[in-house]
Design a protein. Structure first.
Length: 94
C-alpha cells in the first residue's frame, strides 16, 4: 500500500478514532471511522505500514478495496458500492 496518512485524501475524512488493541511490537491498533461516509480504516501507531480498509468488525478488506478507498477523497456520504466492498475480506472466513 503506497498511501500514507499524510496524504490530502486522508485528511478529507472527518474521523472518530478508537483504540482496538496494543502490542509492544506494533503499538496501538487504531480504527478510524469517517463520520461522513462511514468508511473504516485501521492503522498501527508504531509500524511504518500505512492504513488499510476494514469492515465493521475491523477485519482487513481486499487490497484493491483499500487502495481505492485510500486514493479517493471522502465522498461526503454513503456510496452505493461500499456495502458490497465491505464484504470483500482479505482473509476469507472459515
Amino acid at each position: 500500500m503506497t498511501q500514507s496518512i499524510g496524504k490530502p485524501t486522508w485528511h478529507s475524512h472527518d474521523f472518530k478514532v478508537k483504540m482496538l488493541d496494543w502490542s509492544s511490537a506494533r503499538g496501538s491498533r487504531l480504527r478510524y471511522t469517517c463520520r461522513l461516509c462511514s468508511r473504516k480504516f485501521c492503522h498501527f501507531t508504531v509500524q511504518s505500514q500505512g492504513p488499510w480498509a476494514v469492515d465493521g468488525e475491523s477485519r482487513a478488506l481486499e487490497s484493491a478495496v483499500s487502495d481505492r478507498w485510500l486514493a479517493e477523497a471522502c465522498p461526503r456520504g454513503l456510496v452505493a458500492g461500499d456495502e458490497a466492498d465491505s464484504m470483500r475480506l482479505r482473509e476469507p472466513l472459515h
